[in-house]
Design a protein around this ligand. Structure first.
Ligand code: GDP
Ligand code: IMO
Ligand code: MG
Length: 430
């Protein structure tokens, strides 16, 4: 009986999960997404080409590997269809090596309407959602009113759809949202619905399965399964900076409910962190830099959202947040990405604690959003060397290794690999 290894983000998302899953895929038989939906944007680069995946697992470029979209994921058929088309244009045919859980919930066009209505109703307190319908679709799941992938095969699908859509429009109107002016891209709700309905045809052609049986059988057969996370631990619905979070369990616990595997089936937990920190959307970010250093991180790191194109907020690495994420996830191995973005820095800083109301702490406070947090920083000398010249971990500059050792020391977790460019080939395993 083998175990499910897990790979997930330890910060506010965009740590480089897609790239690392792609790099690790040769070591696995099955890659399975367990939560989130098209709010995710996972970038992979190889042979000079860049690919962005939203719903499809990042193992899809390896023909001989199976990919599973688990029950915990949300599927928006029109986005899924676009993603499949984009793969086909790159001569990647996913129909045979992508299985989809019948229990995964659907995002309806009217969930996207509600997402926009909710954000508008929040005014200044808006979350900065990707507006892909994530919150409203998970709300329907928990309220037991959602529609699942398996339902598209049933005779009463249209009826269920119409009823739910009607309810959504009523709620949007109650929120004083202008439904008629609402657009997805440049399409009205009704126009987008046509595209969405057509896309169901694509979805119906895929292997729609009870993926919990499939994955557990794989484990029984000794196959190696990698669970791919989306978002990051600090966006987790329970432990993130609520309410500035996403609507799913982004931590290891989410793997069990999002794929249907027992806690005792979890093997290694690989946690990814950038060598600095980013966040897109609203919410607390104690180490955020508002100066030229922050802008340099954004420019050199190309910190623009893979899903929305918004510029990401940037700052120094936040050890209290990282320690928290390692604790919640039971991280066994760390992967650090993007130190190369700081190659030209004279100095690199690390937040090791917070001062809140005059008291120093390493704990993420309940009042994370309300209190003023002063980050206590320690400083490291910059390595001033181009990291993409290193071919092995041991060749990394001494000054960077000192910085990495400090991360290991403060989290109590070993670093298994460091990534030094967007390309698949530039991952140095220790
Ligand atoms: P994900 O959501 O965690 O998969 O991450 P994203 O794809 O949203 O964002 C990560 C960005 O950093 C992408 O543009 C990647 O191509 C890029 N990237 C990943 N690893 C590295 C790295 O080690 N160095 C640099 N410079 N870029 C990287
Ligand atoms: P990946 O998988 C970064 C953020 C949004 C917003 C909040 C809620 O690429 O790391 P939602 O659309 O879920 O209602 O948005 O969460 N967010 C992400 N930030 N990376 C992501 O995914 C994200 N998915 C959601 O910006 O602040
Ligand atoms: Mg991303």
């Amino acid at each position: 009986m083998s175990k499910v290894d897990v790979l997930l983000g330890l910060q506010w998302g965009d740590e480089g999960k897609g790239k690392i899953v792609d790099v690790l895929t040769p070591h696995y038989d099955v890659i399975a997404r367990f939560q989130g939906g098209p709010n995710a944007g996972h970038t992979l680069e190889f042979n000079g080409i860049k690919h962005v995946l939203h719903i499809i697992p990042s193992g899809i470029f390896h023909k001989d590997k199976l990919n599973v979209i688990g029950n915990g994921v949300l599927i928006e058929p029109a986005i899924f269809n676009d993603e499949v088309e984009a793969l086909r244009q790159k001569n990647v045919e996913p129909i045979d090596n992508l299985f989809i859980s019948k229990k995964a919930h659907l995002i309806l066009p009217s969930h996207r309407l509600l997402d926009a209505a909710n954000e508008q109703a929040k005014g200044n307190a808006k979350i900065g959602s990707t507006l892909k319908g994530i919150g409203p679709a998970y709300t329907d799941k928990i309220a037991r009113t959602g529609i699942r992938v398996g339902d598209i095969l049933e005779f009463d699908f249209r009826e269920k759809y119409q009823l739910l859509k009607f309810q959504h429009i009523q709620i949007a109107k109650m929120l004083k949202f202008d439904v008629d002016s609402f657009r997805i891209g440049d399409l009205t709700l009704d126009q987008y619905e046509v595209k969405w309905m057509e896309a169901l045809e694509t979805l119906r052609k895929f292997n729609l399965i009870n993926s919990e049986y499939f994955i557990n059988q794989c484990l029984k057969d000794g196959k190696k399964v990698l669970a791919e996370g989306a978002q990051g631990s600090m966006l987790d619905i329970d432990f993130g900076s609520y309410p500035f979070v996403t609507s799913s369990s982004t931590i290891t616990a989410g793997v069990c409910s999002g794929l249907g595997v027992a806690p005792s089936s979890i093997g290694r937990v690989m946690g990814i962190t950038k060598a600095y920190c980013t966040r897109v959307g609203a919410g607390p970010f104690p180490t955020e830099l508002f100066d030229s250093t922050g802008r340099t991180l954004c420019e050199i790191g190309h910190e623009y959202g893979a899903t929305t194109g918004r510029s990401r907020r940037c700052g120094w690495i936040d050890m209290p947040a990282l320690q928290y994420a390692c604790m919640l996830n039971g991280v066994t191995d760390l992967i650090v990405t993007k130190p190369d973005v700081m190659d030209d820095f004279d100095e690199v800083k690390m937040c090791v604690s917070y001062t809140i109301n005059g008291k120093e702490t390493q704990e993420i406070p309940f009042e994370f959003n309300e209190v003023e947090i002063h980050p206590n920083l320690i400083s490291f000398e910059g390595w001033k060397q181009h990291l993409n010249q290193a071919t092995k971990y041991a060749e990394l500059p001494e000054k960077l290794r000192k910085y990495l050792q400090e991360i290991e020391h403060r989290t109590g977790v070993n670093i298994m690999a460091v990534s030094v460019s967007p390309d698949r080939k530039d991952v140095l395993f220790k």
